[in-house]
Design a protein around this ligand. Structure first.
Ligand code: AMP
Ligand code: TRP
Length: 330
């Protein structure tokens, strides 16, 4: 029997999932699901690295599950589950903590960015350790491929380093996973600040289009999106805002940026925004509708997640056992 290579990826159940999550992650997961043995996780333990309201977290977990399925992930082809329901993630994280180095974690730009405002003194130890838990997520399944957005590149490099180091110190144990980053939409920028990435934790709703935004909200947000000086519609470094809009257009329509540039030659920013809004509305409306239908039946979602966790546990257990044994913990 042919065995498929394994894919693992995840999204945190915090804030509102947005166009960046859709284009940088979800859309590619859906596109490749037939070719691989897929594990798509709701990384609720990662969400705890910054304070969460338990009631909101509970709801967000279901919302992410609904969005996964509404985006087109097929539970028959993908194991969809919550990280906190498979205890191996936390356990392998500890084993890898003893292999990861303080210096390595100190160099993670996401940690530096997230602590820039509040300072490192008050950051949780979990936030510092975030990339090690992420490494545990993937290595626990011996996954070959990790489809993510551009912002995860450094975390993936660390993950590869930890896998190699563990294998070197204790003998072949883990698959060294490869990073898969999509050609468009890998780094969607904030609509109101094209020098910042579109982020779930942004306090400014105008900075992102949420996957669950209604059509009029999407239209308004795109209409108000920042543009660059000049009038030409070209993806060039001097035009970060227009470049971002073109990248989103390309990601949502599946058409190359160069083709869209040609179509908009001699036309204005207003035209581009109006049509882009329709492309985004058209792409997201079915996802939103389906997600709301699924959220009307929370017990079904919970059952699906429970079944996913059982399957995930079955795959994870032997890998965890082998890591424990290599360390002398058998
Ligand atoms: P997070 O929102 O941090 O849980 O990220 C979940 C997934 O979405 C990861 O694969 C990220 O790389 C991807 N992602 C998050 N923000 C963006 C963005 N602005 N553009 C593209 N991909 C993103
Ligand atoms: N850190 C990722 C993000 O914020 C989410 C994540 C957690 C993840 N574990 C993972 C992504 C394992 C890929 C594989 O985007």
């Amino acid at each position: 029997m042919e065995t498929k290579r394994r894919v693992f990826s995840g999204i945190q159940p915090s804030g509102n999932l947005h166009l960046g999550n859709y284009l940088g992650a979800l859309k590619n997961w859906v596109a490749i699901q037939d070719e691989y043995d897929n594990y798509f996780c709701i990384v609720d333990l990662h969400a705890l690295t910054v304070p969460q309201d338990p009631k909101v977290l509970r709801q967000k977990i279901r919302e992410v599950a609904a969005i996964y399925i509404a985006s087109g992930l097929d539970p028959e082809k993908c194991v969809i589950f919550r990280q906190s329901k498979v205890s191996g993630h936390a356990e392998l994280c500890w084993l890898l903590n003893c292999v990861a180095r303080f210096g390595e974690l100190s160099r993670m730009t996401q940690f530096k960015d997230k602590t820039r405002k509040g300072g490192v003194e008050s950051a949780s130890a979990g936030l510092f350790d975030y990339p090690v838990l992420q490494a545990a997520d993937v290595l626990l399944y011996n996954a070959h491929l990790v489809p993510v957005g551009e912002d995860q590149r450094q975390h993936l490099e660390l993950m590869r380093t930890l896998a190699r180091r563990f294998n070197h110190l204790y003998g072949e144990t883990f698959v060294v996973p490869e990073t898969m980053i999509p050609p468009t939409g890998a780094r969607v920028m904030a609509l109101d600040a094209p020098d910042e990435k579109m982020s779930k934790s942004s306090p400014r709703p105008g900075s992102y289009v949420a996957i669950l935004d209604d059509p009029d909200t999407i239209r308004r947000k795109i209409r108000r999106a920042k543009t660059d000086s000049g009038t030409e519609i070209r993806a060039v470094p001097e035009k970060p805002a227009i470049t971002n809009l073109l990248d989103v257009y390309s990601g949502m329509s599946g058409r190359p940026v160069a083709e869209i540039e040609v179509e908009y030659e001699g036309r204005g920013y207003g035209d581009l925004k109006k049509n882009l809004a329709e492309v985004v509305v058209e792409g997201l409306a079915p996802v939103r509708d389906r997600a709301h239908e699924l959220l009307d039946h929370p017990a079904k979602l919970d059952d699906l997640l429970e079944a996913g966790a059982r399957r995930a546990n079955d795959t994870a257990r032997p890998v965890l056992e082998s890591a424990r044994a290599k360390l002398g913990l058998d």
